[in-house]
Design a protein around this ligand. Sequence first.
Ligand code: GLU
Length: 407
Amino acid sequence: MVFENAQKQLEKAKKHIELAQETEETLKNPKEAFIFSIPVRMDDGSLKVFMGHRVRFNDARGPTKGGIRYHPRVNIDEVKALAFWMAIKCAVINIPYGGGKGGITVDPRQLSKTELERLSRGWMRAACRIVGPDRDIPAPDVYTNAQVMAWMMDEYSVLAGKYSPAVITGKPLSLGGSLGRSYATAQGGYYCTREAAKKNEYGKTVAIQGFGNAGSHMARLLSADGYKVIAVSDSKGGAYLEEGFDFDKLMEVKGREKRVDAFPGVKKLDHKEILELDCDILVLAALENQVTEENAERIKAKMIVELANGPTTPEADDILHKKGVFIIPDILANAGGVCVSYFEWVQNKYGFYWKEDEVNARLEEKMVKEFETTFSIHREKEIDMRTAAYVLALGRIDEATKDKALY
Ligand code: GLU
């Protein structure tokens, strides 16, 4: 149960911060949770119904914000947890949003492009009652991309009767997207890794679980900074190469063969083996619940960077903390994505677009600042980085909740 894990993290953090009763109460359940059918006419003429979801968890600090995931295992419990984490994440990075999340229970790789378009437009047609540029702003997540955002933005604009780019972020540049958004999650994670390495010497060998948008850009950024990426994995399997991967060659193989383990000369690994490799830094860029009480003891990395949401269970957290593994938690490490989403939304509202280096400079400033604040809470209160990030976020949510004085 992913939502249960999220609530356990919250309970742990609550021991280190005093919250108003109304804050505690409003963080127990989502503000709104919406499940709906999306009928889609398939290319063969048949009709198929998919289940769509959207949760707005908490909007104390602003409109709810968070991605839409297409995955066969999407369910309301997971979407609730992901929406909750978005509320915490937006508060950690201090952008004026609450948290939301959405999804469709589907394997998008089984659909044609036209079916995918009808499905995406169908999601927005149903969800337009709950999303909106000042209410709830979606974005990409697992197996959704700029093209999906473009269809959804267009559908919303048709329904609203006006061009509405600020309803969704992660769009193509031609439709109001922001420079730097496509790799922002990894860019933010890279800044955190760099800052962590200034505090302590961790070594330079890296294993990356997950080679989607976040994982592949992280491989690029770390390789360019002199780190040695010795292992990578995707949904088909993992690959180990002692001398380290040449990033361009790896991208070429992945593009051609659709799997990283087709890289010549590698030792093949399975999804779980990559986690237990002897390396300095482990980047988790796949899905939830990867490091659990079952395998945590066998983790050899000295630092974990969580680009995925919820990859480490609370039980594993305790084990890793005792082992002295430094974790840069998801709610900080992957906040670069939503941070540049916020920049995109600002640019849409303003109708004026920034240069790429301006976007990255603003992102860097935010990531470094909130990494530092989290790190000092971690040191002062002698708590792990995740709990420290929660303490930081909860303080901000609490302040807004109290200032608003709900009813
Ligand atoms: N799906 C991403 C996340 O989990 C990005 C969300 C956004 O940009 O709104 O943080």
